[in-house]
Design a protein around this ligand. Structure first.
Ligand code: 5GP
Length: 143
């Protein structure tokens, strides 16, 4: 999929927004949804998405919707840092397949980074559901 194209309402994040696919939800309001990545690049890898924007990438999204997403990114980055105490935290966003995008509903990655771990763009291993559930419960206590 390229940088340009039509929004596909069947993409997995649109399904999660509609409640048709499950997620380990951390935060939701009228405009923004945040949940754990099921192929995490690190412990605590979180995704933040706009709920009302049929936007594939940063070129498409309305600036006000983007601002709402970023406010939640900051809030969750703080929570992840407080709870998991990583050595760093990465905020990333990809546009188009050549840039690493695989799901074509705009999303921000928040990736806690721990000393000694490789900096990957994509993880190949699906997380253990029990571990994601435990992590979700741990983070929800701070939200
Ligand atoms: P992208 O490469 O498009 O920037 O990132 C897409 C992200 O979505 C990847 O980190 C991938 O692991 C994650 N992902 C793909 N499918 C699902 C899913 O069904 N649920 C969740 N929670 N994450 C997903």
């Amino acid at each position: 999929m390229s940088l340009h194209g039509t929004y596909d309402p069947q993409n997995v994040f649109a399904q999660i927004i509609r409640g048709e696919a499950p997620c380990y939800k951390l935060y939701e309001d009228d405009d923004v949804l945040a949940f754990l990545d099921i192929f995490p690049q690190s412990y605590g890898h979180t995704l933040v998405i706009p709920k009302r924007s049929a936007a594939r990438n940063i070129l498409d999204i309305d600036p006000d919707a983007l601002a709402k997403v970023m406010a939640v990114v900051q809030r969750l980055a703080r929570v992840l840092v407080e709870e998991l105490e990583p050595a760093g935290v990465q905020v990333a966003q990809f546009n188009g397949s050549p840039a690493g995008q695989t799901v074509f509903h705009i999303h921000m990655h928040i990736v806690p980074r721990f000393e000694g771990e490789a900096l990957g763009i994509h993880a190949s291993k699906k997380a253990d559901p029990a571990e994601l559930e435990a992590l979700q419960a741990r983070l929800l206590k701070r939200l």
